[in-house]
Design a protein around this ligand. Structure first.
Ligand SMILES: CC(C)(COP(=O)(O)OP(=O)(O)OC[C@H]1O[C@@H](n2cnc3c(N)ncnc32)[C@H](O)[C@@H]1OP(=O)(O)O)[C@@H](O)C(=O)NCCC(=O)NCCS
Length: 266
């Protein structure tokens, strides 16, 4: 087997394992699958896998996400011992890790840890949508909406990459008087799941039902295609949590973003 074939088969094995818990692993799945679609594909040079069920994705060599200081990892494991061994071998002195909260004790055995962010993932499967919100007819944003997007405070240049759900995602908005009052991004995160991200309502249009109307409309369309939907939110963001709950999302799990500094070894 060539090195390339070996890597491809490693990725395949990791994907098979990740799909055993598609909801919890959807972020890792998305990263691996979307990178496999890159042209030319990111060669997964830094993907580490332990057959006992630990995976560590090193984004250091990533064409878009890599190069940041400190190095950036996404990690998950069903076996903390395997994960500890893997991290023990692979983690550099400084790294930032997005991981499931129950893995924190493993990281604490490796060095000083500092939680620098948190993300709650909520889910709404087909059939779980709440009572109808305000009816609305969202607009799918394209580069011809550059002016509205600029006014909304989002980067118009990003629109060019937000036209494909499978790659950069697709942006939907409610427009009133040719102005964006509420918007969001839909990204496919695995075979059966899409993520609704970056939901925002203009400050002077909040608490009037626009956010819930937009999210519900988009989630309904995704459900009609048989997809479950995830919604990620910081646990302190009460308006966003209230919006998610009103649409029918329920808490699934929490990720932590942890900075790990290992003891310096000569
Ligand atoms: C979160 C946000 C998108 C909500 O948008 P919105 O258009 O104001 O939401 P809606 O008016 O549709 O409200 C939806 C539900 O959330 C509740 N809600 C909204 N804002 C709230 C607040 N500040 N406090 C408590 N509940 C709130 C509403 O009461 C409603 O619940 P109900 O249906 O039970 O009455 C908006 O506050 C926002 O843009 N925040 C800044 C960006 C952000 O944090 N985005 C989320 C990232 S995950």
């Amino acid at each position: 087997m060539t090195a390339d074939e070996e890597r491809t088969s490693d990725v395949q094995r990791v994907l098979e394992w990740l799909y055993q818990d598609e909801l919890r692993h959807s972020r890792l799945i998305w990263r691996l699958e979307s990178d496999a679609r890159l042209e030319p594909p990111w060669p997964f040079r830094h993907l580490y896998y332990d057959p006992a069920g630990a995976v560590l994705v090193d984004l250091h060599g990533h064409p878009k996400l890599g190069g940041a200081d400190p190095d950036w990892f996404q990690v998950d494991a069903t076996d903390p011992v395997a994960l500890g061994l893997l991290c023990g071998v692979r983690l550099p002195q400084h790294s930032e890790i997005l991981c499931h909260g129950d893995l924190l004790p493993v990281l604490q055995t490796l060095g000083a840890t500092e939680t620098v962010g948190m993300l709650e993932v909520h889910v709404c499967w087909p059939g779980e949508l709440g009572p109808a919100a305000l009816p609305c007819e969202p607009t799918r944003l394209t580069p011809r909406h550059r002016a509205q997007v600029a006014e909304d405070g989002w980067r118009p240049d990003d629109l060019a990459e937000e036209l494909d759900e499978e790659q950069g995602g697709v942006r939907w908005a409610i427009l009133r008087d040719n102005r964006i009052v509420s918007r969001l991004l839909v990204q496919r995160v695995s075979e059966h799941l899409a993520e609704v991200a970056d939901v925002q309502t203009a400050a002077d249009a909040r608490r009037r039902g626009f956010g819930a109307a937009l999210v519900q409309n988009v989630v309904r369309r995704l459900h009609e295609r048989g997809l479950g939907v995830t919604y990620s939110v910081h646990p302190s963001n009460r308006p966003s949590l209230a919006l998610a709950a009103s649409v029918g999302f329920r808490f699934a799990f929490r990720w932590q973003r942890v900075r790990v500094t290992r003891p310096w070894e000569e």
